[in-house]
Design a binder for this molecule. Structure first.
Ligand SMILES: Cc1ncc(COP(=O)(O)O)c(C=O)c1O
Length: 392
């Protein structure tokens, strides 16, 4: 028996990410070479010197003090000791759950979700409940009333303990949903009233599109909350594998650190140096990636207008992904998005991600990615292919 089910989405990318010609569904923003990163520092040779002087021994398990200091500057009221660096967000998710979740605990997770957020607590023997996204008045909506009902239902059923943890990914993968500040505060209030630990996976934060208002990091506004972030998405530096947890619950960070000793132990030294350089130039990097996402939203908008008989979509409010769907009435060739994705990939090399990888009920949906520069090219291939097939 396996502890965790295979990670459908990661297996899908392992198969296709490095062979597909047009990536139309990635969640990371356009990356860059080390040279390009160093070029952002201008004429100064300090960054290159720092990289060349990087000592290739073990690093501090918590993350280098300099890196933690730079990360902490992103969180109002938090100090470097409130940060625990990990090798990517994925390691942080595993370590955090291993440190906090016990068999029989109840964990509520927003749904659909990045699979590890629900699969790991389930594998550890927790009862997992899904807080489902709704399509409501033209937007993706997580209803705080439903959350409250879910919590009350869990707590009133006989023999159950109170809910241990709420896990929210906001901005949301795969829909691109973002709560309003009012909704977000309500969620915090619900958790605070019951002392529920709140993990918010904020890996798509800093990518609020257009005039969308950024939510505070949850660790700034709730003492019993943990923010998760990473350089992979908004910064586009997934290859550094630098992620972190930020929280005022230092007791939890200590427990997670004890688990990390059995996992990566510490982050990669060159990655920590490069991460410091990237964080120092966040303004430029984030502005570049936000501009790519916003331009691609316009390209996708035109695409979906052109093919409105076939697809429906809700534009992302934040983040680098969105979750359109095949209109079941409008198509004759595909019974679900997986068969569309399959045929599209085989005949054109363009990759979209079947929604069923998030759950069977999302079979008509597919994920698109907004963060890559080559999206317009791939989209025109997709569009021409549909037209050549007589689909409009
Ligand atoms: C919501 C969410 N959390 C965590 C991760 C993992 O991030 P990383 O690959 O940087 O570890 C991802 C990656 O797609 C994600 O979408």
């Amino acid at each position: 028996m396996h502890m965790f089910e295979p990670f459908g989405l990661e297996r899908f990318f392992a198969r296709h990410e490095f062979s597909a010609r047009y990536l139309l569904c990635t969640s990371d923003c356009e990356s860059m070479s080390i040279d390009e990163l160093l070029a952002l520092t201008g004429q100064s040779s300090e960054a290159l010197d720092a990289l060349q002087r990087t000592w290739l021994g073990y690093t501090e398990s918590k993350g280098s003090p300099l890196l933690r200091e730079k990360i902490a500057r992103f969180y109002r009221g938090l100090d470097p000791d409130s940060i625990l660096v990990h090798s990517g967000a994925e390691e942080a998710i595993l370590n955090l759950y291993l440190a906090t979740v016990r068999p029989g605990d109840t964990v509520i997770v927003n749904w659909p979700c990045y699979q590890s957020l629900i699969e790991i607590p389930k594998g550890l023997g927790a009862e997992t409940l899904k807080w489902k996204v709704r399509e409501h008045e033209g937007r993706w909506f997580f209803d705080p009333d439903e959350l409250e009902q879910l919590i009350c239902g869990a707590e009133s059923s006989s023999g159950r303990q109170k809910v241990k943890m709420l896990v929210l990914n906001m901005p949301h993968n795969p829909t691109g949903a973002l709560m309003t500040p009012g909704e977000f505060n309500r969620v915090v209030d619900i958790c605070r009233a019951r002392e529920i630990l709140l993990l918010v996976d904020e890996v798509y934060r800093m990518l609020e599109l257009g005039a969308t208002q950024r939510l505070p990091a949850v660790c700034e506004i709730y003492e019993n909350a943990i923010s998760l972030s990473v350089l992979s998405k908004a910064w586009g530096l997934a290859g550094l594998r630098i992620g972190w947890l930020a929280t005022r619950r230092k007791d939890i960070l200590d427990k997670v650190a004890a688990v990390k000793d059995y996992n990566s132990i510490c982050a990669s030294a060159p990655s920590e140096t490069l991460a410091c350089i990237a964080l120092d130039h966040s303004d430029k990097i984030l502005a570049r990636n936000k501009a790519i996402c916003e331009a691609n939203v316009v390209h996708f908008k035109h695409f979906f207008e052109r093919h409105r008989e076939l697809f429906t979509w809700i534009p992302a409010r934040a983040g680098s992904v969105a979750f359109p769907a095949l209109l079941s009435a409008g198509h004759q060739h595909w019974h679900d998005a997986a068969s569309l994705a399959d045929q599209l990939l085989q005949e054109t090399g363009a990759l979209i991600l079947p929604g069923a990888l998030y759950g069977q009920e999302f079979g008509l949906h597919f994920r698109i990615g907004l963060g890559r520069r080559a999206v317009p090219e791939g989209l025109s291939v997709f569009s021409r292919w549909l037209e050549a097939r007589g689909e409009n």
